[in-house]
Ligand binder design. Structure first.
Ligand code: PEP
Length: 279
């Protein structure tokens, strides 16, 4: 079974003091939820707030992620941050978010370079893929998403691939309040993402890699996504800036995962699907 992962992408929001306030308001609840082992919880603040957030969650199972990273290890790259620098304080890094593709010219090629550089430093990438509105309306969703997955995973071994989280984020759903339907997102993940991963690697790898949904997830609609068999958590933007909402989303992940672990006859299973008690 894939453990769901909920990551809060704070984008360019929160000063250091505001970040401290937000984490302080959520920390105990999130730590308890993460301690169940039923959900991984990752906070992705802006770079400057990462040290403060990392200090506050130290000793808890809450993890920290960056929102971007450069692919070079060091040198004359003004304004950039290397994977080794990020790794000092973070476990995860978001790579190829649609806002970075749209506003900062990131391409499948640069995403792949960043993914490889992050993996080389034992950083876990959360790779974002998703079609824009025009592509969606032109019926190109599957092709676009599949191409993005192929680009991001280019030249990666099976073991490397297994360490990556994918966030399926239809661009038209990000920050718009118009989420995709759970059923449709599940279908795209199955038919475009997992199928592509199976073609690149094998079926077992395709079933091992976790795929989040992202795009206007909130405390009210989240269960619709977590109830889907191919969706393993969420990448959350706006709602991750409101303590009560982000806690509710993580609570929903635990609840849905608990449901998934029940066998048909109501007995609980272990992480790999074996029954915890014999007949
Ligand atoms: C995101 O930032 O990746 C995102 C999905 O934002 P929002 O939840 O606000 O749509």
């Amino acid at each position: 079974m894939r453990t769901p992962i909920v990551a809060g992408n704070w984008k360019m929001n929160k000063t250091i003091n505001e970040a401290r306030e937000l984490v302080t308001a959520m920390k105990n609840d999130l730590a308890q939820l993460a301690a169940t082992g039923q959900v991984e919880i990752v906070l992705c603040p802006p770079f400057l707030a990462i040290p403060a957030v990392a200090a506050l969650v130290q000793g808890t199972p809450i993890q920290v992620g960056a929102q971007n990273v450069f692919w070079e290890t060091k040198g004359a790259f003004t304004g950039e941050v290397s994977p080794a620098m990020v790794r000092e304080l973070c476990e995860y890094v978001i790579i190829g978010h649609s806002e970075r593709r749209q506003y900062f010219g990131e391409t499948d090629e640069s995403v792949n370079k960043k993914v490889r550089a992050a993996l080389a430093q034992q950083l876990k990438p959360i790779v974002c893929v998703g079609e824009n509105l025009q592509q969606n309306e032109a019926g190109q969703t599957q092709a676009v998403v599949s191409t993005q997955v192929r680009g991001a995973f280019r030249d990666l071994t099976r073991d490397q691939a297994r360490g990556i989280v994918i966030a399926y984020e239809p661009v038209w759903a990000i920050g718009t309040g118009k989420a995709a339907s759970g059923v449709v997102a599940n279908t795209i993940i199955e038919s475009a993402i997992r199928r592509t991963l199976a073609e690149l690697y094998d079926e077992s790898t395709a079933q091992t890699i976790r795929v989040q949904y992202g795009g206007s997830v909130n405390a009210k609609n989240v269960t619709e996504f977590f109830a889907q068999p191919n969706i393993d958590g969420a990448l959350v933007g706006g709602a991750s800036l409101v303590a009560a909402d982000f806690i509710a989303i993580c609570q929903a992940a635990v609840k849905c995962n608990d449901g998934r672990r029940m066998t048909d006859d109501g007995r609980r299973t272990t992480d790999d699907g074996r029954r915890m008690t014999d007949d």
